[in-house]
Design a protein around this ligand. Structure first.
Ligand code: NI
Ligand code: MN
Length: 241
């Protein structure tokens, strides 16, 4: 794994939140959910310097810390058009709208927005909900050529094969929680369609409505006869360490 990463560091902060550090030292946070994330180790709730924040969709468990962290760090926030507009309305200046199919060079990486079968809305402080545009996943390509795919919240879909064909990710971060995202069964098929050799399961067991387990994923992957490595990461752990 270390060789494949080519100097990229990937730290799991629990649920769907990952910190990526590029070989050039740029820090990227995907789906900032830290303060109220029951899986994030206390000592990692402060992430320090950030250059870029990627947001898959507006649900609280992917978005809750976005505004305070962007204000605190000055990081560029990459999100769909609706979330970008909302953030600009909140006074954030470094916002980069990106929609599905678009690729942008940001924070030392190339980021592509991909499809996701889910919903997206933003809960405001008064409890009302505003439209959050379409949910996304991201393909992130590092300077070493290493590529990861963060699926966001999604069901499995046939065009994951297209993501595999066009971008060939080395690693997929896949939700397995079931109920509100895909099940471990669907995640195994997602890995098959993507053709990835490495999978990190995410977005499970955080709340009672996310009962999926890595053991179920392993069973389905074995049943499909896939040759891939499942890396079960503990919150706070760095991949390949
Ligand atoms: Ni969601
Ligand atoms: Mn979610």
């Amino acid at each position: 794994m270390k060789e494949l990463l080519g100097g990229t560091r990937i730290t799991y902060l629990g649920h769907a939140t990952f910190r990526l550090t590029t070989p050039g030292g740029e820090n990227i946070l995907i789906d900032p959910f830290l303060t109220d994330n029951p899986q994030t180790p206390e000592e990692l709730k402060q992430v320090g310097d950030l250059d870029t924040i990627l947001i898959t969709h507006g649900h609280f468990d992917h978005f809750a810390d976005a505004i305070p962290l962007a204000r605190q760090t000055g990081a560029t926030v990459v999100a769909n058009f609706e979330i970008s507009s909302y953030l600009q309305g909140q006074g954030l200046e470094n916002v980069m709208p990106l929609n599905k199919g678009g690729t942008a060079q940001v924070g030392g990486v190339r980021v592509t927005g991909t499809h996701a079968f889910h919903a997206s809305s933003i809960q405001t402080e008064d409890g009302s909900t505003i439209y959050g545009g379409e949910p996304m996943g991201f393909v992130v390509e590092f300077e070493s050529g290493f590529k990861l795919y963060h699926a966001g919240d999604t069901a499995v879909f046939g065009d994951m094969r297209l993501i595999g064909e066009l971008y060939g990710p080395d690693l997929a971060l896949l939700p397995i929680g079931n109920r509100v995202v895909m099940s471990p069964f669907e995640a195994a098929h997602a890995a098959r369609l993507l053709g990835v050799r490495h999978v990190v399961p995410m977005h499970y067991q955080t709340f009672p409505f996310l009962p999926g387990t890595p053991e179920e994923l392993e069973r389905h992957v074995r049943e499909l006869g896939l040759e891939l490595e499942i890396h079960v990461m503990k919150p706070g752990e760095e991949l390949g360490s």
